[in-house]
Design a protein around this ligand. Structure first.
Ligand code: ZN
Length: 223
């Protein structure tokens, strides 16, 4: 069974947001389209307390995008973003929220960041996503969202390491690109690790092909 994992499609990562990814809102329409190709649909949501250790303004004298340390790990300091209960933490309004079966919050512990939707960056705590998917018989995941070079990459690599066949839909993701080319390098890294890098059209085509092989009179038995 195939699950769509929508990674952090939130206002703060879209144009006008606190940590806007260029063209971030361009992932919304493809994300909605991919919902038709997957039986299970989940979303991750960056969901930080105001005192989160990844925020530059919680480190006196430090500026956004500088490198620091958090939980013993290298940490990019970000502008405050996706603070719990604020509009910036909400999903983009055009995302078809009603079809999302379960939301997995991440980054809730102020002492450690969480790029992956599966585990915090120190891999000390699981969000429950992997267990939840396995309980439902999911063996394949398709990823779309923000951002390619951080949370999409971390989620894809953890999905793979957790035993899921993993496809990243490149044109349904956008990168922060702090350094030019980070997004492309992230895709290369994910492919090298064993992820399939696909396009929205490719996924939709696979789905249409699969549908045509199912006799029409049998479809009702396999909703
Ligand atoms: Zn965050």
């Amino acid at each position: 069974m195939r699950a769509l994992i929508l990674v952090d499609i939130q206002n703060d990562f879209c144009p006008g947001g606190a940590l806007a990814v260029r063209d971030g809102d361009a992932v919304v329409s493809p994300a909605n389209r991919l919902m038709d190709a997957c039986e299970v649909i989940v979303a991750t949501q960056d969901w930080h307390p105001r005192d989160h250790g990844s925020f530059a303004d919680n480190h006196p004298g430090r500026k956004p995008f500088e490198l620091a340390e958090l939980a013993g790990l290298a940490q990019v300091l970000w502008p405050a973003h996706c603070v719990q209960g604020t509009p910036g933490a909400d999903f983009h309004p055009a995302l078809d929220r009603a079809r999302i079966q379960r939301v997995f919050p991440k980054g809730t512990d102020p002492a450690v960041d969480s790029y992956s939707g599966f585990f915090d960056n120190g891999r000390r705590r699981s969000t429950g996503l992997g267990e939840w998917l396995r309980e439902r018989g999911v063996d394949e995941v398709v990823l779309a969202g923000l951002a390619t070079d951080y949370c999409v990459k971390a989620t894809a690599l953890d999905a793979l390491a957790s035993g899921f066949r993993t496809t990243v839909v490149a044109d349904a993701c956008r990168a922060v690109d702090l350094n030019p080319g980070d997004g492309e390098r992230a895709l290369t890294e994910m492919r090298a690790a064993g992820c399939v890098i696909a396009t929205v059209a490719g996924i939709a085509h696979i789905q249409e092909g699969a549908m045509t092989t199912v006799p029409r009179d049998r479809r009702s038995e396999n909703p």
